[in-house]
Write a protein that binds this ligand. Structure first.
Ligand code: SF4
Length: 447
């Protein structure tokens, strides 16, 4: 799930206090049968797939390590960059697998170079986005030792489009396209790492808050996290990864059962059901109390603080009553709230809360005993709202369609503010996605 209106950095405060830790390769959930891709990406392959393929094509098994070294140590992006392979084997590898699953990148730089938003074109033409955010070292911790080290955080997509349909989100407006393959998720990271390497930097954090609801593509998201955390592959500590969800309760329960060591983020956006039914339509399937109960169990089972994302929308979810409801909801929990001013998107009539309102809201929630961070919005001059660039490519909806959509949103939010719960069913595509996927979220049985 994107959480949407891009957070300034949802991983920041968490990764600052957490010790780097990698999960052992053995804990991987990767399953070679999971891909349906006729020409899978090399970066998403499960253990043993390359060895099996080499055996079937009469090649020695040691070539597998050469190929992995090219992908992970040298970040190969083309067949020509597969090192140490004779030409015929290189050609055979390139015919059976994709060295890179992303065909083209369009990078937009903003915030004086601190934010790079990339529109990735995948091989079937699908468009997904990632955002790379740079955080220079700051503070003084002693000679040559900054208090906060330099960080480079990448926000990635797990699906092309999204079925959840949050009305403040440009991706939600696009609708659902398809799940990303594991390699398509991982290659967004490899692309960012390549760009960083040219400037002598390394990627420090990955957050699954781009396009899509990660827990509705959970098997592949887990595979991608396992690859990114594997010390033999990308070697990013699991504690430097954040996976967010708009509230797929069976998926959260599955993460808890697995003892996942990455940070769980809940895209909450409202603490009261009537309003959350409107802002996060998945709430009509799993109401806020169920979502928070699952997140609470997760926090206590893993010892990992849960992060709650809250997009601040002027006059809609930023009232004193909302702040009090939020403080009550999370009281006593291992939880932290990130407040993110909304990025304006074309189809909604809403605007971001003012900085003063955000500060008052934060103070009130803190007074209720909950830790709060106000996140700066990144990339406002570069289509910062999640899915904004892809939506621009998809073409503007007609003016009457936008006007109608705005009217519906206003009516629904006004009713919600009066405390009336939505009697609307889940939107059709979301209902289908929930039926098809969430039912399987309890176990790795989707092949
Ligand atoms: S519509 Fe999807 S991508 Fe957008 S905020 Fe909601 S869950 Fe995230």
């Amino acid at each position: 799930m994107s959480h949407s209106n891009k957070p300034g950095d949802s991983a920041g405060a968490i990764s600052d206090v957490a010790a780097p830790k990698t999960i052992p390769a053995r804990a991987s959930t990767r399953d070679s049968r999971r891909t349906t891709d006729a020409q899978p990406g090399l970066s998403g392959l499960a253990d043993g797939v390359l060895e099996k393929w080499l055996g079937e094509t009469g090649q020695p098994a040691f070539r597998a390590q050469q190929i992995r070294d090219s992908i992970w140590r040298h970040n190969a992006g083309t067949p020509g960059e597969l090192r140490g392979l004779p030409g015929d084997i290189r050609a055979a590898v390139a015919a059976a697998f994709r060295v890179d699953t992303i065909d083209e990148d369009e990078v937009t730089v903003s915030d004086g170079g601190l934010t790079e938003k990339t529109l990735h074109r995948l091989s079937d033409g699908a468009l997904v986005e990632s955002v790379l955010m740079h955080y220079p070292a700051r503070g003084f911790g002693g000679p040559g030792r900054p208090l906060h080290r330099e960080r480079h955080t990448l926000c990635i997509s797990s699906q092309a489009g999204c079925a959840v349909g949050c009305p403040f989100c440009a991706t939600g407006e696009l609708g659902f396209g398809r799940d990303l393959e594991t390699a398509e998720i991982v290659d967004q990271v490899r692309h960012a790492a390549r760009r960083l390497a040219t400037a002598g930097h390394v990627l420090t954090n990955v957050v699954f808050m781009g396009m899509g609801e990660p827990l509705l593509n959970l098997d592949r998201v887990l595979d991608a996290v396992a690859i990114l955390s594997d010390p033999r592959l990308f070697a990013l500590g699991a504690r430097h990864v954040v996976v967010s969800t708009s509230g797929v309760v069976p998926g959260i329960r599955r993460l808890t059962a697995l003892g996942a060591q990455f940070t769980l983020a809940i895209s909450l956006h409202a603490a009261r059901d009537p309003l959350r039914d409107v802002l996060v339509p998945l709430n009509r399937r799993w109401p806020v109390a169920e979502v928070v109960a699952a997140a609470r169990d997760h926090a206590y089972a893993t010892g990992r603080r849960v992060s709650y994302e809250y997009v601040m929308i002027s006059g809609v979810n930023d009232t004193e009553a909302d702040a009090d409801a939020l403080a009550r909801l999370l009281h006593g929990d291992l939880a932290h709230v990130n407040l993110i001013p909304m990025n304006p998107v074309a189809h909604t009539p809403w605007q971001a809360s003012s900085p003063e309102r955000v500060a008052q809201f934060a103070a009130r929630v803190r007074h209720g005993g909950i830790g709060v961070t106000v996140r700066a919005n990144r990339g406002q001059d570069a289509g910062a709202a999640c899915g904004q660039l892809a939506a621009d490519r998809a073409g503007e909806p007609s003016a009457p369609a936008v006007a109608h959509r705005r009217e519906v949103i206003v009516r629904a939010s006004e009713a919600a503010l009066r405390g009336e719960r939505s009697i609307e069913r889940l939107p059709g595509p979301l209902e289908a996605a929930v039926k098809e996927r969430a039912a399987h979220a309890g176990g790795p049985d989707r092949r």
